[in-house]
Design a protein around this ligand. Structure first.
Ligand SMILES: C[S@@+](CC[C@H](N)C(=O)[O-])C[C@H]1O[C@@H](n2cnc3c(N)ncnc32)[C@H](O)[C@@H]1O
Length: 270
């Protein structure tokens, strides 16, 4: 079975994966994905036998712990998720949401459970780092996908998983390696919350820092691909590189739950 993302992730790239494949290099040495999230492109490249050795990273520690557990203890995780504890009703949801897991297997089971049962499959924490998304009322969510956990585990065997800032995550990249950057996008409009910087907020300064990394890797001779929103700020940052425009369906208005087509960019240095 071919592995696929095991989490629904905000900004997930499943719908754009064919465009991303089209713009990926045909051959490369190591693969780096410093903003890994659900890893849609990685699993697609893996299924096409394009990955030799991958360095996968995301700032979100819980997510990376989950990948490590899937990689190293898939059977223990499947056993945990098969338990009666993980029923998909509202009462169980709030009980699990409030529970503090005692080890990384329990933490990963809880992470997967909440991802399948919470509203919109969102991952959101409050300022204390507590998961605070309400119950999603899905009829029959598939909490345990045994085949996929085993397939993802197999896919990760030769890879390195880290949870550091992107700049540190690409330090080992060399000539001939492929780096795919999928950062939190530059916001389309300055909303009221724009000035409220939290620890996880990806600011315009971070976008500039990322462009500097892009340049450094370009000079080293890496293949680099980057996704972002279509804004003047981003187009100006990457002037001189190849900018491809694609259309994606996104949640454009959180309150009204509106979905619409918006322009995004895929930028490459080759
Ligand atoms: C757009 S999402 C990636 C989506 C992914 N490509 C997918 O298909 O699911 C951006 C990711 O960047 C991570 N992130 C945010 N700031 C970061 C930083 N400074 N360094 C590394 N990762 C970061 C977030 O946790 C999030 O998972």
């Amino acid at each position: 079975m071919q592995p696929k993302p095991f989490v629904k992730w905000a900004g997930g790239k499943r719908q754009l994966v064919h465009e991303l494949l089209k713009y990926s290099p045909q051959e490369f040495n190591n693969y780096f994905e410093p903003f890994f999230g659900g890893g849609a492109l990685f699993f697609e490249l893996y299924s096409k036998n394009k990955i030799n050795h991958a360095f996968l990273n995301d700032f979100n520690k819980e997510l990376i712990t989950a990948y490590k557990v899937i990689k190293e203890q898939p059977k223990e995780l499947i056993k945990e998720l098969s338990s009666e504890k993980y029923k998909a009703d509202e009462k169980t949801f709030y009980k699990i949401r409030e529970n503090q897991p005692v080890n990384s297997i329990e933490q990963t089971a809880r992470f997967i459970y909440l991802n399948r049962t919470a509203f919109n499959g969102l991952y959101r924490v409050n300022s204390k780092g507590q998961f605070n998304v309400p119950f999603g009322k899905y009829k029959n969510p598939k909490i345990l996908d045994k085949e996929n956990i085993l397939a993802v585990s197999e896919a990760l065997q030769k890879d390195e998983l880290t949870s550091v800032d992107f700049e540190k995550a690409i330090e080992k990249a060399k000539k001939g390696d492929f780096v795919y950057f999928d950062p939190p996008y530059q916001r389309l409009e300055k909303t009221a919350s724009f000035t409220k910087y939290t620890i996880n907020d990806f600011t315009e300064k971070d976008q500039e820092r990322l462009r500097d990394c892009f340049r450094k890797l370009d000079k080293k001779g890496c293949y680099i691909m980057l996704s972002n929103s279509y804004t003047k700020f981003i187009l100006d940052l990457y002037k001189g590189y190849k900018i491809h425009t694609v259309m994606a369906t996104r949640l454009i208005n959180c309150k009204a739950e509106k979905r619409g087509k918006i322009k995004e960019v895929i930028i490459t240095n080759y």
